[in-house]
Design a protein around this ligand. Structure first.
Ligand code: SIN
Length: 333
C-alpha cells in the first residue's frame, strides 16, 4: 500500500526514523539481540492494510536507534512534518520511531508544531523479524489515528492506546504495552481500526510554536541543557564544574540545568546550594520531579522554579526552547 498518491482519498504520510520497529535480528525468536533501524519504512508498510479510503505515502527521514537521536534529526523531522502538514490533501502524519526516546521527539514536535492535524508517532517493542512483531498492528492503529477527523496534536500510538505527547512516558523495559500517560490517562484507544476518544485532545498555542519552529530551524547550535539527579548524598561538584567550564570560555558551555528532583520537587541541600550558584552565574535552572506519577505542586518560598507535570527529559526540551527564545530576544532575532 506504500507510495500510493491517489488524490481523491484522505492521505496519510508515514515518515520513517528507525527504531526497533525497523529492527532486524538473526533469529525470529530473538526479541532483544537485534539491530534497530534496519528495515526501510516502505518495506515496513508492506502487508499493512490501510483503513478504507486512506492513501498512504512513505518517506524515510532517518534510520537510527532512537537512543542516538540527535538535534539534526529533530530539525529535519520538524521541517518534513511542517511541509506535509501544510498540504491541504494530507489528513495527518505517522512517524515510525524507536521507543527509547519517542516521548522526547513527541514532546519536541508538539512544542514546535502545535499541529491542528494529527501526528501519530508509533513504535514497536519487538523487531520486524520477530515471530510475532507488534509493529504492523501499531502502524495500522497509528494510520487510523492520523486519518481520523477527531484526532489532533502529537501523540504516541502503541498497543492500541493513544497517549498525548504531554503525558506519555516509557515505563517498561520489554513489555509490548510499554507506555503510560500517568495520572492524565490516555486520550483514546484504537479498537479494530476505530478510535474511541476518552478525553479532550491536549493542545498548545500555535503562535509560540511557530516562533519556536523558526528558531530551531535557524539556530546554528541549540543550547546545551544538562539533567542532573538529586539522590542520597548528592553533591554540588558537577554543577560547580559546569559553571567553571562555562566561565573558562568553553566552546559549548552549559546554558541550562534540569534537576531531577525527589518527590514534590525537593533537592539535596548540597545540590540546591550549587544550583543557586549556577543560577546566579546566569544558567537557567528548573526542577522536575523524578517521580513517575504526579506533578510538582507549588510550595511557598521555593527558590528554584519547577516544571510542573513535565518529566526531566521533557523539561529539558522546554528549557532549551525557552533559552533559544530569550537569546533571540536579546539579539533582536
Ligand atoms: C530504539 O529506541 O530505537 C530502540 C528500542 C526500541 O525501539 O524499542
Amino acid at each position: 500500500m506504500a507510495d500510493s498518491k491517489q488524490q481523491t482519498r484522505r492521505r496519510v504520510i508515514v515518515l520513517g526514523t528507525g527504531g526497533t520497529i525497523a529492527g532486524r535480528a538473526a533469529a525470529s525468536g530473538d526479541n532483544i539481540g537485534y539491530t534497530a533501524g534496519q528495515v526501510g519504512v516502505t518495506e515496513l508498510l508492506e502487508g499493512v492494510e490501510a483503513p478504507s479510503g486512506v492513501a498512504v505515502q512513505t518517506e524515510q527521514v532517518a534510520q537510527v536507534d532512537s537512543k542516538d537521536m540527535s538535534f539534526a534529526i529533530w530539525r529535519t523531522l520538524a521541517e518534513r512534518c511542517a511541509h506535509w502538514l501544510a498540504d491541504p490533501d494530507v489528513a495527518g502524519l505517522v512517524i515510525t520511531h524507536g521507543t527509547d526516546t519517542i516521548e522526547e521527539t513527541a514532546f519536541f514536535l508538539q512544542s514546535v508544531l502545535a499541529p491542528s492535524k494529527p501526528v501519530a508517532l508509533t513504535c514497536a517493542m519487538r523487531p520486524a523479524t520477530a515471530l510475532t512483531p507488534d509493529g504492523p498492528q501499531n502502524v495500522r492503529d497509528a494510520i487510523a489515528v492520523a486519518s481520523s477527523a477527531g484526532a489532533r496534536g502529537v501523540t504516541v500510538v502503541c498497543a492500541g492506546t493513544v497517549h498525548s505527547a504531554f503525558d506519555v512516558q516509557k515505563v517498561h523495559t520489554y513489555r509490548i504495552d510499554a507506555f503510560s500517560s500517568g495520572d492524565a490517562g490516555p486520550v483514546a484507544y484504537v479498537e479494530e481500526g476505530a478510535m474511541r476518544e476518552l478525553r479532550p485532545w491536549p493542545t498548545s498555542a500555535p503562535e509560540p510554536a511557530r516562533q519556536a519552529f523558526a528558531r530551531v530551524v535557524r539556530a546554528v547550535r541549540w543550547p546545551r541543557v544538562e539533567i542532573l539527579f538529586s539522590h542520597a548524598e548528592a553533591g554540588g561538584s558537577i554543577v560547580d564544574l559546569l559553571v567553571a567550564e562555562r566561565q573558562s570560555g568553553a566552546a559549548e558551555p552549559v546554558q541550562g540545568l534540569v534537576l531531577a528532583a525527589t518527590g514534590n520537587g525537593t533537592l539535596h541541600e548540597a545540590l540546591q546550594a550549587a544550583a543557586l550558584r549556577a543560577q546566579a552565574a546566569g544558567i537557567g535552572v528548573v526542577r522536575a520531579t523524578r517521580c513517575v506519577q504526579g506533578r510538582i505542586l507549588p510550595t511557598p518560598g521555593a527558590v528554584l522554579r519547577d516544571a510542573g507535570a513535565l518529566t526531566p527529559v521533557k523539561a529539558r526540551i522546554a528549557l532549551m526552547l525557552e533559552l533559544m527564545a530569550s537569546q533571540a530576544q536579546a539579539t533582536g532575532g
